[in-house]
Design a protein. Structure first.
Length: 322
């Protein structure tokens, strides 16, 4: 059974010894570590001695764990030999880092009955060994993944496949968002990490006004862009906040008049309801919703329902019932 873990957090103190904050234990140990960089030589020396491999879930190491589970325990010589071949690492210091999680699963390596080392496995690409300061990336991460799958430990493969699916979905969503971005604003796409920068907002509004002379056109374009997100209206990528922040530069009365005095597209309606129930309005202009007539609230609620995402609909229902 693993040793009793240390306290999960440590205090941060200033020069006078006053506590100014806290830090998680894993990060504190990493920052204080004077261990050497990862090397293939040190890893090979360890692996050459092992005779047994146990694969265990990370919860075995959590404080208060009442059950010690084992995903795999093998001393089969062929399995151990093939295991050793899975650990060619990248020794380039530019690749060294420290994942904020503690790894899942953990690989316990034994020499006879003695635990020689525990290796944390990180998201299918890296390993952590406390003999090193940094995590090391695997040259061929698929080898260890295949070894575990072949021995009945398929959780890591499911995680990797889910990560790949999520990455592909995020890429498609970003492409969709870029496609909906007004052409006059696309030259600024590389600056979207500055989503909250007022200077960037000024540049974007100037470009928008040059392309679309009337405020009505500008508002509808921004509503259409804001309504083109693929997912829920919470926890979305930061770049999706830009049209919302630009819409905050327009008076609420104007936005209402645009919706009631024109014929918005379905996407523009979705952008409008996303704006009126969104975070930006809640931060200081929550009262703007009081300007919405009942029939307009009903139309916006209907637009929220067309997204097919329950969280979006529930947000709209709460907002318009206040």
């Amino acid at each position: 059974m693993p040793d009793e873990p240390k306290d999960a957090f440590v205090p941060i103190t200033d020069a006078s010894g006053r506590v100014t904050g806290i830090m998680d234990r894993t990060t504190a140990d990493y920052l204080a570590s004077r261990a050497p960089d990862p090397t293939q030589k040190s890893l090979d020396e360890l692996l050459s001695t092992i005779t047994r491999v146990r694969v265990v879930p990370v919860e075995n190491y959590q404080r208060g764990a009442t059950e010690q589970r084992t995903l795999l325990d093998t001393s089969d010589p062929r399995s151990v030999v093939s295991f050793r071949r899975c650990f060619a690492i990248v020794e380039d210091p530019e690749t060294f880092g420290h994942c904020m999680c503690i790894g899942e699963p953990h690989l316990e390596l034994y020499v006879g009955d003695k635990l020689a080392a525990t290796i944390g496995y990180h998201h299918g690409v890296a390993i952590r060994w406390d003999a090193w300061k940094y995590d090391a990336r695997l040259q061929e991460p698929g080898q260890l993944l295949d070894w575990m799958s072949a021995h009945g430990v398929d959780g890591p493969r499911r995680e990797v496949e889910e990560m790949q699916r999520h990455d592909e979905e995020s890429h498609r969503d970003a492409e969709q968002w870029l496609g909906a971005m007004p052409g006059c604003l696309r030259p600024f796409w590389g600056q979207t990490e500055l989503a909250g920068d007022p200077a960037l907002h000024g540049q974007l509004l100037a470009a928008l006004r040059a392309e679309f002379p009337t405020a009505t056109e500008q508002v509808l374009v921004l509503f259409g862009w804001f309504g083109s997100g693929a997912g829920p209206w919470s926890g979305y990528p930061s770049y999706e906040s830009i049209p919302e922040q630009l819409l905050l530069h327009y008076p609420a009365r104007l936005l209402v008049n645009v919706l009631t005095g024109s014929t918005p597209t379905d996407t523009q309606w979705r952008g409008a309801v996303r704006y009126f129930v969104g975070w930006g309005l809640r931060q200081g202009r929550k009262g703007d919703r009081s300007l919405l007539p009942v029939e307009l609230k009903q139309r916006l609620l209907a637009a929220a329902r067309t997204t097919g995402i329950s969280d979006n609909t529930e947000r709209a229902e709460r907002a318009f019932s206040e």
